[in-house]
Design a binder for this molecule. Structure first.
Ligand code: PLP
Length: 385
């Protein structure tokens, strides 16, 4: 095995429970498992989260929704399909009992046809665009047309109304306040059109961690006779972004969750090189003294970022609890690390690519990206611990 991932099911479950506690009693915590559970494995994580009490899972598309149904047959767990729908997906959404996020009259019409021909109703969550600008109906005329389609439909019912915040990791984003106001007016509009949603939601990990919208969404839900829902991905896996801004404060969630994934490989070769030896493509690394180098069978094809190369991100792996810096360029399937002075290192020993001593946040820094991107990019085999 070139590299593998170990998932701590105990930590995953603990994180979920911690999130539920911070979100508050009566708030529904939806566990987001889109993108192969942020690289953690959908079919591994879904049963653990269901066991930990998750009533809702969030996926990106129909195919992921079907995978959840296969992993959890007969569970009745609710599955929100969050990243849009193709009109042709409507029959599969109905057949698998998935709950799509919708925002156009065309979505409603396609689902109405599919649900009528299947002979059972489908529930949907209506997305309002309050500033993210990707999906959702804009409050006003746009939203009015979709509300009309929902009011006219006999087989599609609006179970939830939601929006998505674009700057929730900022402690003082004016746009968050604006998004909240637009969402409030959209809720008024929906109520006037006869909608009686069971759930209202806008918060992701950073919104729960930062906290400033939480009381508002709880109060708003209560005033509508609905329940607040939070949609949490990143923190389920033990991560939170830094809260940004002049008045940044400690997060409510960050101290209560911990990473669940360790990504490992094994040393497949050791060699000593003399001063003057070059290592890797481009001969970007030249040894200035005799060195001992270890060969690892992972590279950028496995999601181990090329930016970890020496002279670029200057990444490292952990071997027997000590840092071993990357030497030269990470190549497609191979990476060389410096184990000079690690007297005890042998072929066959494990190297931690991501885990204790080398975090997803470290890798993100080397690569000029965010830890979300690092986690989703891992391509390895899975093991449940
Ligand atoms: C991915 C996603 C989330 C989860 O975001 P995290 O920051 O990972 O908690 C929530 N809502 C929507 C609509 C999403 O697409």
């Amino acid at each position: 095995m070139k590299s593998w991932i170990e998932i701590s099911s105990a930590r995953l479950a603990e994180n979920f429970r911690a999130i539920q506690a911070v979100a508050g009693q009566g708030v529904e915590a939806l566990a987001v498992i889109k993108a192969n559970a942020y690289g953690h494995g959908t079919t591994i994580c879904a049963p653990v989260l269901a066991e930990a009490g998750a009533q809702w899972l969030g996926v990106s598309d129909v195919a992921e929704g079907e995978a959840v149904r296969t992993a959890l047959p007969h569970s009745g767990i609710r599955v929100l399909v969050m990243c849009g729908m193709e009109l042709a997906d409507a029959p599969a959404l109905v057949a698998h009992g998935l709950t799509p996020v919708v925002w156009t009259p065309e979505h409603i019409a396609a689902l109405e046809r599919a649900a009528r021909s299947a002979g059972h109703r489908i529930q949907v969550h209506l997305e309002v665009d309050t500033g993210m600008g990707r999906q959702g109906a804009a409050p006003g005329e746009d939203l009015a047309r979709t509300l009309e389609a929902l009011a006219d439909s006999r087989w599609v019912s609006c179970e939830g109304i939601m929006t998505h915040l674009c700057c929730s990791e900022s402690a003082e984003a004016k746009i968050t306040e604006e998004q909240r106001e637009r969402f409030a007016s959209a809720l008024d509009q929906a109520l006037a059109a006869g909608m009686r949603p069971e759930f209202v939601h806008l918060a992701n990990t950073s919104a729960v961690d930062e906290g400033s919208t939480m009381q508002w969404i709880r109060d708003t839900a209560k005033s509508l006779g609905a329940r607040a829902m939070v949609r949490i991905g990143f923190a389920i896996y033990g991560h939170c972004l830094e809260i940004e801004g002049e008045h940044a404060h400690a997060g409510a969630l960050a101290p209560k969750v911990s990473p669940v994934l360790v990504w490992k490989t094994r040393i497949i070769g050791l060699r000593g090189v003399a001063a003057g030896a070059t290592v890797g493509y481009g001969a970007t690394f030249v040894a200035t003294q005799p060195m001992r180098l270890a060969l690892l069978p992972v590279g950028y094809a496995d999601g181990y970022r090329r930016a970890a190369s020496s002279g670029v991100g200057n990444g490292w792996v952990m071997i027997a609890g000590r840092r071993a810096p990357v030497v030269g360029r990470v190549s497609m399937n191979l990476t060389v690390v410096d184990v000079s002075g690690h007297a005890d290192v042998q072929e066959g020993m494990e190297a931690v690519l991501l885990g204790e001593g080398v975090t997803a946040e470290d890798q993100a820094r080397w690569s000029g990206t965010i830890a979300y991107d690092i986690l989703c990019g891992i391509r390895a085999n899975f093991e449940l611990r």
